[in-house]
Design a protein around this ligand. Structure first.
Ligand SMILES: *Cc1c(COP(=O)(O)O)cnc(C)c1O
Length: 368
């Protein structure tokens, strides 16, 4: 047997428990599934793509543009940054890999929140780095504790803002206080996957700070509000110097042609984004008002999802909802045995979720 790379030996196997949608349909005899488990856009993507993306398939026999120029110009213009400050990836997941691969080695340290997006730590482990996990405080990043956790070996600090799975944000004031404490030799990566959903005015404008802090990387994605999850495309905004370093190890054709084209077109339809932002705020209100009525605790969310403490085993709720055709997310790694994360769906989808949740709670109460 070929010996597995030592840094990978301790990693868990790929989540085998999660069922695919067609398996769920078949197993429970369901026609429709309401998929509220992956924070995708329930309204799809811009209708412009339906019309304009298909003709692009004529070109798929050719390798994509390795410079990603058309999209780079459009994104730079949209964000008011220089094109050379952008790095694109096969989903922002690839950027997590690239950043870790580029800067981490055996003996290095990484600081993350606990609980947050799990891939920050996984990529650190693969590179042989160790991870300091700083517990959330009331579901929020504890930035002063994270700053204190930095030691001489620390290379990267990951901040997920809004945080997945809790949906909470760190404020502008907290972020700036934090940045002032962190030495320039430590990279601060702020994952803003849910940026376009935020409504809270205390949310930091870190994009405008990219020039001011030479150690700052911001990550965004087209997978969430832009509705392009299946095409796999995300990007980072940072200094031209960091972009150059990351480009040394980037696969030349890491972003496929259809993804480049779709993202380019999607950026130009900001009215679709505004509409989705608005519907998401309404959906959050619809869900939180009902959860209040049911007396369930949740964290205040600035994303397109809610972290709900149900008071009952999350595994039982998951199974119950699944049989009714509603898929939510539960994870053992959250170490919260009653929590479920539910994506904000369409108004109708939210209502089905709430009805089924209420049925479940009534049944349980009756059984007690
Ligand atoms: C969904 C999500 C992403 C996006 O991943 P892609 O690879 O771009 O699809 C990144 N970070 C967080 C925290 C997310 O929840």
């Amino acid at each position: 047997m070929v010996r597995l790379k030592s840094t990978i030996r301790g990693l868990p196997n790929y989540n085998p428990a999660r069922k695919r949608i067609d398996e769920v349909k078949q197993e429970y005899g369901l026609k429709n599934i309401i998929k509220l488990d992956s924070n995708e856009n329930p309204f799809g993507c811009s209708p412009i793509l339906m019309e304009k993306l298909l003709p692009s398939t004529k070109r798929i026999a050719r390798y994509p543009d390795w410079g990603i120029l058309e999209l780079r110009e459009e994104t730079a213009c949209h964000l008011k940054v220089k094109p050379e400050q952008l790095i694109f990836g096969n989903g922002s997941s690839e950027l997590l890999q690239l950043i870790s691969r580029c800067f981490l080695e055996q003996g290095d340290n990484v600081v993350t929140a606990d609980v947050t997006y799990p891939h920050y730590k996984t990529n650190a482990y693969i590179e042989g780095a160790e991870v300091t996990k700083v517990p959330l405080k009331d579901g929020r990043h504890d930035l002063s504790a994270m700053a204190q956790a930095v030691n001489a070996s620390t290379k990267i600090i990951w901040i997920c803002n809004p945080n997945n799975p809790t949906g909470t944000i760190v404020s502008s004031k907290e972020m700036h206080e934090f940045m002032r404490k962190i030495p320039n030799s430590v990279l601060v990566v702020i994952d803003e996957a849910y940026y376009d959903y935020v409504t809270d005015s205390s949310y930091p404008d870190m994009l405008s700070q990219v020039g001011n802090y030479p150690n700052l990387i911001i990550l965004r994605t087209f997978s969430k509000i832009y509705g392009l999850a299946s095409l796999r495309i995300g990007y980072g905004i940072t200094t031209t110097s960091i972009v150059k370093k990351l480009n040394r190890i980037r696969d030349l054709f890491n972003v496929n042609f259809l993804a480049q084209r779709a993202a380019y077109l999607a950026l130009q339809d900001q009215s679709f984004i505004q509409e989705c932002h608005h519907k998401n705020s309404e959906g959050l209100y619809q869900l939180t008002a009902a959860l209040d009525r049911l007396g369930l605790h949740y964290f205040p969310s600035q994303g397109n999802f809610l972290f709900v403490e149900t008071g009952f085993s999350s595994g039982n709720i998951y199974e119950y909802l699944l049989k009714k055709g509603v898929v939510v997310r539960v994870e053992g790694s959250w170490r919260n045995p009653t929590a479920v994360r539910v994506t904000v769906g369409s108004k109708e989808e939210n209502q089905v979720f709430l009805n089924e949740l209420e049925h479940f709670l009534k049944q349980k109460d009756g059984a007690l």
